[in-house]
Design a protein around this ligand. Structure first.
Ligand SMILES: Cc1ncc(COP(=O)(O)O)c(C=O)c1O
Length: 336
């Protein structure tokens, strides 16, 4: 493919089927990490900027402000530099350091929120407050507010169009992660429009409040809604058949297993959706073609999820999870 701008490389991401023996199911990974900013968020970031320019909320040469754990910010940094806009990313220490370095390398201005927070605590409320304040105070600035911005879910139209072409024999289920809910809503609504029988499962970190469970801190980055924050207005519960939780240990051990088994580096939130997809398949609750996105790559978490010492220090290692995954993927065991 010959492209003259990096954003032309957004989309057309490959799919990788993994057979699950004795289950009647194939797990299909859609490699969104192959987008130029390394995550599925490149799609929605560009969609939000183009929509704002189109309806005049953002003027040429204006400033984008957004609160981001990193991936949306990386997508916005690419969109901003190509479209001649200034971009200020409001971040906290919970974001993976390499994501912040990437945003800075792409010309973004970084603003850290102030205050003392636990290592596994997301300062998302303060991030939102500061981003809204900057958006209101700076001239020609717009707070993108991905949690409430309809161009966030709309940004995934291409994801579904590609999938329907890539999997002409049909899609039976989609298992996705939930942070703002933008990707889940944008994908699940469109998949169900194409085929109302598609089963949709949304996965949040244990400790996230999207599905009404009590909140507590968690290490999974970019996904979930922490206690104290509001669930995004973009999230349409009506398109989700089941909401489930995955622990940090299950998510991270799965990401480590997939790296060793398939040579594919996936991020922690993707480890979580793969774990739950396989658990559902093993329990006979999903069959046929089950799709999950590789929301981002493990390259962004080499100092955490893939660092033995980091994992051990936080009590996140559990070798029994690798054994369970191996059993599921070799068809040796079915879940109880
Ligand atoms: C790695 C990763 N996983 C999951 C999500 C959640 O996606 P969404 O905000 O579309 O719910 C994000 C969002 O930033 C992310 O960066």
């Amino acid at each position: 493919m010959l492209c003259t701008t990096v954003s032309q490389f957004i989309g057309q991401t490959p799919v990788m089927p993994i057979a699950v023996p004795n289950s009647g199911a194939t797990l299909v990974l859609k490699l969104e990490k192959n987008n130029p900013g390394g995550s599925m968020k490149d799609r929605m970031a560009r969609s939000m900027v183009l929509a704002a320019l189109e309806d005049g909320r953002l003027v040429p040469g204006g400033t984008i402000v957004e609160s981001s754990s990193g991936n949306t910010g990386i997508g916005l940094a690419i969109a901003a530099l190509e479209l001649g806009l200034r971009f200020i990313a409001v971040v906290d220490h919970h974001a993976a350091p390499d994501k912040i370095r990437t945003m800075r390398a792409l010309g973004a201005e970084i603003r850290y929120v102030e205050g003392d927070y636990r290592e596994d605590e997301v300062a998302v409320v303060e991030r939102q407050r500061l981003a809204a304040q900057l958006g209101a105070q700076l001239p020609d600035a717009l707070f993108m507010n991905q949690s409430d911005n309809p161009a966030n879910p709309d940004g995934y139209a291409g994801f579904v169009d590609e999938l329907l072409t890539q999997l002409p024999d049909g899609i039976d289920a989609f298992v996705g992660c939930v942070g703002t809910g933008g990707s889940m809503t944008g994908i699940a609504q469109r998949l169900k429009r194409a085929n109302p029988a598609v089963r949709t499962i949304a996965v949040e970190p244990a400790g996230s409040i999207v599905f009404g469970k009590p909140g507590h801190p968690y290490y999974q980055s970019g996904t979930g809604t922490p206690a104290g924050d509001e669930v995004g207005k973009v999230l349409d519960y009506g398109c989700i058949d089941e909401g489930v939780q995955v622990t940090d240990t299950q998510a991270f051990e799965t990401a480590r297993f997939i790296a060793r088994r398939h040579g594919l580096l996936v991020g922690g939130s993707t480890g979580g959706t793969i774990y739950k997809a396989l658990e559902f398949i093993a329990a006979g609750k999903l069959s046929g073609t089950v799709v999950t996105p590789v929301a981002d790559g493990g390259e962004k978490y080499l100092g955490s999820v893939f660092d033995d010492e980091w994992m051990a220090k936080r009590g996140l290692l559990d070798p029994t999870i690798g054994t369970q995954l191996d059993a599921w993927l070799t068809g040796r065991a079915r879940a109880a």
